[in-house]
Design a protein around this ligand. Structure first.
Ligand code: SF4
Ligand code: SF4
Length: 178
């Protein structure tokens, strides 16, 4: 963060705070008083590279590149505790979801996410239901008297991905999925 604050003012995107705040439900960003309550109660605080109150400060200061490239916006578990505890009613967990959308539209998506999307696109399952895994599961289900797992409607899933732009976003990031 200290390094981030060494940026020259010409390198800051001073419109970033308004770019976020103008979105429905995100105006509360501008009310932050930097009390740090969000960070003190964050359930993933030890895993994030930038603490919640500092992400908010970075948005307000115009550190767009740093925020959208941070792991913090993806590590959040969206438990909403920060939002519940904020004395100024800053809806941080909602703002984080917006930041993810902004990052994704620039192709900044962690491999863990894009990989999961690619797997669903290609298989219809988060974990491919094939080979040895399929055999084992099928055997166990048969033993338990459970019905066969029906294959998901892959074509429909792929249409949804393509129509919503999700498939294109992943292609942008990794040049994959077909
Ligand atoms: S709890 Fe709210 S006011 Fe305090 S730092 Fe976090 S977002 Fe800002
Ligand atoms: S919603 Fe995210 S940032 Fe907020 S407390 Fe939960 S894990 Fe932390």
């Amino acid at each position: 963060m200290t390094e981030m604050l060494k940026k020259k003012s010409s390198e800051l995107d001073l419109k970033f705070r308004y770019e976020i705040a103008e979105k429905i439900g995100a105006k509360s960003l501008l009310k932050c008083i930097q009390c740090g309550v969000c960070s003190s109660g964050c359930t993933v605080t030890e895993y994030v590279d930038i603490q919640p109150h500092r992400v908010v400060a970075s948005c307000l200061l115009g550190l767009k590149e740093e925020v959208l490239s941070s792991k913090a916006i993806w590590t959040c578990s969206l438990c909403h505790r920060c939002t519940e505890r904020c004395p100024k009613n800053v809806d941080y967990s909602f703002i984080l979801a917006l930041l993810r959308n902004m990052a994704a539209s620039e192709g900044k998506i962690p491999k863990e996410y894009s990989g999961a999307v690619e797997t669903i696109y290609n298989n219809g399952f988060v974990v491919p239901y094939t080979g040895g895994l399929k055999k084992n599961i099928d055997k166990r289900r048969e033993r338990l008297g459970l019905p066969e797992i029906m294959p998901p409607p892959l074509e429909e899933i792929q249409i949804i991905f393509d129509e919503t732009g999700l498939g294109a976003l992943i292609r942008k990031e990794e040049g994959k999925i077909k």
